[in-house]
Design a binder for this molecule. Sequence first.
Ligand code: AVI
Length: 338
Amino acid sequence: MLAQNNRKQEAKTEELAREFAIDVAAGLSGKKKFLPFRYFYDRAGSELFEQICLQQEYYPTWTECTILAECSQRVAELLMNDDEDISVIELGSGSSTKTRILLKQIMARSNKVVYFPVDISHAILQKTAASLTSELGIDVIAVPADYSEGVRQATKIIKDDGSSILQKRKLALFLGSSIGNFEPGEAASFLSMTREWMEEGDMLLVGFDLHKDKRVLDAAYNDKKGITARFNLNLLERINNELEGQFDLGKFAHAAFYNEQLRRIEMHIVSKEDQDVYIGGTIGRSFHFEKGETIHTENSYKYDMRQIKDIARASGFTLKELFMDGKKWFCLALFSPS
Ligand code: AVI
């Protein structure tokens, strides 16, 4: 059984490595170079992201924490009756730091809470599950997978649970404004997909970062300690490590700015000079970079109220309640299936 699981894991790792190589070759071959943002999150990238969340300039994390501290009780009241049991599924849970605030409120009202953190980083999941179990005494079923596969697995575990140990009523969480990293159309499809496995009485809490002064936004993605820059350039490091790339990180720079017209932060990696970079392994070719040419690595869309209402409707949800901070920088939207 163990050997079989190991073989499955190895096959999965090989498949992911193949996909990574295909995406890198395709992304660097076109006229406008780009790399999919999901490749930021190898072990080093996930740790750097955790550090970004601690930076003062990166307001989304601390603002969302403030809102959660204020709204968690209300969310728990809207979601459940006293003593009702509940399954909480969090997509892209990371270290689940913010989630603890909400979990504590739900636990205070419930006999039993089972928490399903879904994340692509195995390492972070293991750490998180251990610390949550010892700190809160909560049952944790960690799901190492991407969002859609993770949701599929978690719902299957809940549905197949003949002994009814797992709770049928579900709260899904998609915090931290991760929805903003999807293109607008993709965001609606993703929420519709989430809607499909939800039933009456279930709820979804989504974090949306809001449109605001460009200076605040630019600062959040250009922190003084340069952690966001390291997070961005780590993509090249990952290509070097996993695909036998020969990027010289000193010859590239981080760039992030708010595109006011498209209402999104754009992150790019800029080539500081004309250069050719060889990537070995299955790719086995060089890529040319002009001085000033960029690799577009991420978009982070900022929303307004109208867009949040529209996206709820388009994906089959009713907007139950909106929770915001005093400056209206960030908001948590509670959706129920329509
Ligand atoms: C994960 N995601 C919501 C972050 C964001 O703000 O778009 C990723 C990030 N990129 C740079 N800093 C943070």
